[in-house]
Design a binder for this molecule. Structure first.
Ligand SMILES: [Fe+2]
Length: 236
C-alpha cells in the first residue's frame, strides 16, 4: 500500500506567510501531484492550519481514506468536526491503531507537546504484538541537534521511546514538526522526519533560519516485511 504523508501545512497562518509561504498554493501543488500516484491512504502529520481553511482543505480529502496525528498547532475539537473514525480510543485525544500489510500502524496524538498518561498506557498495550510497528506522531521521538529541537521538543519523549523499544522488534516512526528532512536510527527504532508542506527550517543547532522554496511531502510504501519512503519536493 502507498501512503501519502503530508505534514505541517500551516494553512493561512500568519507566521508561514511572513516567511514567504503561500500555504494554500502549496497544498494545491501537493494535491495535484497526488493524482500522479496510486495513493491508498493519506496521513496528515499535524499542524494543519487556521480554522477558516478547514472546509476548503478537508473537501479535497473526500475521495480519500485519511487519518491524522494532531500537532501542537491543532485543536482536537476542530479536527473532530472533519475526522470520522469509529476506532478512536478516546473522546478527547485522537489516537488508534490498525493492523495492515503485516504491520501494526499506530497513530498518536501529541497536540499538548506530549503523549498524555492515558494514551501512553494504551500504547503499552499496543506494542504487545509480533508485528513490526509503524508509528505516526507529529513530534519526533529521537532528538536531533537543531534549534527547533531545543525549543519545542516532545516533553516526554524518553517515556515514549522506552515504550516503543520495549517490544524488541522493528519500529519505524514517521513524524514532522521540525520542518526538515532527517533520518536516524537508535537500536530497533528508525525515525524519518518529513519536511513541511509550507516552509522548511535549516538544520542548525543555534539559530532559526527558514525558507519557503518547496512544498514537500512523503510517499510511504508498506508491503509484507518492508517499509520504504521517498520525499517529494515540489518547487514553488
Ligand atoms: Fe509542530
Amino acid at each position: 500500500m502507498i501512503i501519502a504523508y503530508i505534514t505541517d501545512l500551516h494553512l493561512d497562518e500568519a507566521n508561514a506567510a511572513e516567511l514567504g509561504a503561500n500555504t494554500r498554493r502549496n497544498w494545491e501543488r501537493i494535491y495535484d501531484d497526488l493524482q500522479q500516484h496510486e495513493v491508498d491512504m493519506i496521513v496528515l502529520g499535524g499542524d494543519i492550519g487556521e480554522g477558516e481553511a478547514m472546509p476548503w482543505f478537508f473537501n479535497h480529502l473526500r475521495p480519500y481514506a485519511w487519518h491524522v496525528t494532531p500537532g501542537n498547532h491543532d485543536i482536537r475539537g476542530q479536527i473532530r468536526n472533519w475526522y470520522r473514525n469509529r476506532n478512536m480510543e478516546s473522546q478527547n485525544a485522537i489516537y488508534f491503531s490498525v493492523d495492515m500489510e503485516g504491520h501494526r500502524l499506530i497513530f498518536l496524538d501529541s497536540a499538548p507537546d506530549m503523549v498524555e498518561t492515558e494514551q501512553l498506557q494504551w500504547l503499552r498495550t499496543q506494542v504487545q504484538t509480533e508485528l513490526p510497528l509503524v508509528v505516526f506522531i507529529h513530534h519526533p521521538v529521537l532528538p536531533v541537534d537543531t534549534w527547533v529541537d531545543k525549543q519545542f521538543p516532545l516533553k516526554n519523549r524518553g517515556a515514549v521511546k522506552n515504550v516503543l523499544k520495549s517490544q524488541g522488534g522493528d519500529v519505524t516512526i514517521f513524524c514532522g514538526h521540525y520542518h526538515l528532512e532527517h533520518t536516524q536510527q537508535d537500536g530497533t527504532i528508525t525515525q524519518h522526519i518529513c519536511p513541511s508542506a509550507a516552509f522548511n527550517i535549516l538544520e542548525d543547532p543555534d539559530q532559526f533560519k527558514a525558507e519557503a522554496k518547496a512544498a514537500c511531502y512523503q510517499l510511504i510504501t508498506i508491503e509484507e516485511g518492508e517499509v520504504s519512503r521517498q520525499v517529494i519536493r515540489l518547487t514553488v
